[in-house]
Write a protein that binds this ligand. Structure first.
Ligand code: PEP
Ligand code: MN
Length: 342
């Protein structure tokens, strides 16, 4: 971390500041230039609140030179992490997987949708049993019955299941129900007690980016989980809130290569929540695949107009099948070795 000192600071004030920093166990390196004086602060600067330093009279600005996320950081773990989701399904480090299924578990049609998505190449089944709805009057999910239907489908089709946990008090219950991958939804991306609780398990966590979260904040969410001892985090770009109103969210395709650059964790793209409309979902899925995502999460429903949630963005099994054929071609194109440029 570096602190840029104001031109108006006296040598006494600078000396006082340096002693204050060193008194907290950090080493310092003062470099006096023609125009500005910079104090380099060496040590575990995650312990320092940069705003506190900036509030001091003699400090112009403070800049971090190393990221505050450590366990999620590629610098300290150069190889891609491969997350084992169970049922022989691994994601990351060259393993590409598609998670598909309805937004909400609704009943017996789950098995029908699961069979269809599996036949088209999906390797994980998704479905929400506890739904984080913006309105308390909207459908809230089937609850325990939904988890049981997911577990039955997983057993019958030998596919890991992904479902959202919203309450730290439910984590053990989800484990008892045999949930393979716990999803943390966008609305809970910074619910730190929940992140800590799933961090105490060894189950893979699909961590979605918050509605207005920066990439660094998403990585700090992963850090919360990993700091409790769970290394199996899958990051998910699902669109962010911008000024644009033509789509439900704005798909930040940039985030995919940026996250790969900064972190060793697998990165999944969710084109369904990113766009909000069936007509755009496939384009966004192709873009995410081309950008190097390790997987996709796509909502599929056998009868979208009757879906209990997110019908407007669901693909039918036929549309999903068409998408999967093209996704495979794009994946081949982006992973094929190429010769020397001519
Ligand atoms: C979901 O996956 O159905 C969901 C609610 O996603 P998000 O948290 O990204 O809105
Ligand atoms: Mn949904």
């Amino acid at each position: 971390m570096i602190a840029v000192v104001k031109e108006t600071a006296t040598p006494d004030q600078l000396d006082h500041f340096v002693k204050w920093i060193e008194g907290r166990g950090f080493k310092t390196n003062v470099s006096q230039g023609d125009n500005e004086t910079i104090v380099g602060i060496i040590g575990d600067t995650t312990q320092i609140d940069p705003f506190l330093l900036e509030s001091m009279d003699i400090i112009e600005r403070v800049q971090r030179v190393s990221e505050p996320f450590k366990k999620a950081n590629r610098k300290f773990h150069p190889e891609d992490t491969i997350v084992d989701c169970g049922h022989g399904v691994k994601i990351g480090g060259g393993n590409f997987q598609v998670i598909a299924g309805p937004c909400s578990v609704e009943g017996e049609n789950l098995l029908e949708i699961a069979r269809a998505v599996k036949a088209s190449g999906a390797t994980l089944l998704r479905g929400g049993a506890y739904k984080p709805r913006t309105s308390p009057y909207s459908y809230q999910g089937m609850g325990e019955k939904g988890l049981d239907l997911l577990a039955d489908a997983a057993g019958e089709l030998d596919m890991p299941i992904v479902t959202e946990v919203m309450d730290p008090r439910d984590v053990q219950f989800f484990l008892d129900k045999g949930i393979d991958v716990m999803q943390i939804g966008a609305r809970n991306a910074q619910n730190f007690p929940l992140l800590r609780e799933v961090g105490k398990t060894q189950v893979p966590i699909l961590l979605k980016r918050g509605l207005s979260e920066t990439i660094d904040e998403l990585l700090m969410g992963a850090e919360y989980i990993m700091s409790e001892g769970n290394p199996s985090v899958i990051l998910c770009e699902r669109g962010i809130r911008t000024f644009e109103t033509r789509t439900r969210n704005t798909f930040d395709v940039n985030a995919i290569p940026v996250l790969h650059h900064l972190s060793h964790l697998p990165v999944v793209g969710d084109p369904s929540h990113a766009t909000g409309y069936t007509r755009y979902v496939r384009s966004a899925a192709y873009a995410a695949t081309a950008a190097g995502a390790d997987g996709l999460e796509i909502e599929v429903h056998d009868n979208p107009s009757e879906a209990w949630s997110d019908g407007a963005q669901a693909l039918t099994p036929t549309q999903f099948d068409d998408a999967m054929r093209r996704i495979r071609l794009i994946r081949e194109a982006v992973t094929a070795p190429v010769g020397e440029a001519k």
